[in-house]
Ligand binder design. Structure first.
Ligand SMILES: [Zn+2]
Length: 219
C-alpha cells in the first residue's frame, strides 16, 4: 500500500497440498465407488475451506482500507491474461483480486468513499515514485529497486502502490510542486496535500487516499 504497509495473505499451501493428495487418491479409485465419492466430498470441503479463509481475509482487508481512507485506488490487473500464465494461475485464483475489488467498491459506496481503478497499462512498477525516472520492466522476482536517477531505494510493491495512488489522484507521473513539498515533509505526509483536493470539507486525521498494489498477490 502507498503508506508502506504490507499485508500478508493467508497461507493456503497446506490445504493445497492436501487437495492434491486427495486428487491423486481420487484418480486411483474406481469410478462410481463409495470410497471415490467420499474422496470427492473431501476435496470439495477443502476447496470450500480455502474459499472461506480467502473471503474472510479479503473482507477484513477491504474494511480496513475503506475505513481508513477517503479515496481508494486500485490497479486494474489483466487477470484473465495472467491466468493464461500457468505459474501464476493458482496464486491469482486463490488471492481473488476480483473479489477484493468488488468488496472495496461496495464498501466505498456504503461509506461515501471515492473508489477508483486505474488503467492496467499504467507502468506503475516501472517508474520511480520519487522522481519519475522510468527504469522499465522488472521481473516479478525483483522485490526492491534503487532508482538510477535519484538513488532512492524502493520496495517494489510500495513504489507501485504510490504510483497507483499518484495516477489515481490525477497526477500521473509528472512531478508536481505539491508532491515535492510532500517529499520534503517525509513519510506519512504523502497523502495529506492530496486529501485537500479530494475532500476539502473534511479535516479528520484519516488520510485521503490509498494506492493498493496487488502485485504481491500474484507473485
Ligand atoms: Zn528516482
Amino acid at each position: 500500500m502507498s503508506d508502506g504497509e504490507k499485508v500478508e495473505s493467508p497461507d493456503y499451501s497446506k490445504l493445497d497440498r492436501r487437495i492434491r493428495q486427495r486428487q491423486r487418491q481420487l484418480a486411483r479409485q474406481l469410478k462410481g465407488s463409495k470410497r471415490r465419492n467420499k474422496t470427492r466430498l473431501r476435496i470439495a470441503k477443502l476447496h470450500n475451506k480455502i474459499a472461506d479463509t480467502r473471503l474472510d481475509f479479503l473482507h477484513k482487508l477491504s474494511t480496513q482500507v475503506v475505513s481508513e481512507n477517503q479515496t481508494i485506488v486500485l490497479e486494474d490487473l489483466n487477470v484473465s491474461g495472467m491466468v493464461k500464465n500457468r505459474r501464476l494461475a493458482r496464486a491469482i485464483s486463490q488471492q481473488g483480486w476480483r473479489e477484493f475489488r468488488i468488496l472495496c467498491e461496495a464498501k466505498s459506496e456504503k461509506f461515501g468513499r471515492d473508489f477508483r481503478v486505474i488503467n492496467r497499462w499504467e507502468p506503475t512498477s516501472q517508474v520511480c515514485s520519487e522522481c519519475g525516472f522510468k527504469w522499465g520492466k522488472l521481473d516479478l522476482s525483483v522485490r526492491s529497486v534503487v532508482c538510477l536517477s535519484c538513488e532512492t531505494e524502493h520496495d517494489r510493491d510500495e513504489n507501485a502502490a504510490r504510483n497507483i495512488e499518484t495516477v489515481g489522484m490525477g497526477h500521473r507521473h509528472d512531478r508536481s510542486a505539491e508532491l515535492t513539498a510532500e517529499a520534503l515533509n517525509g513519510r506519512g505526509a504523502t497523502v495529506r496535500p492530496l486529501r485537500r483536493r479530494v475532500a476539502g470539507h473534511r479535516q479528520e486525521s484519516r488520510p485521503a487516499s490509498a494506492g493498493v498494489s496487488m502485485s504481491r498477490y500474484i507473485s
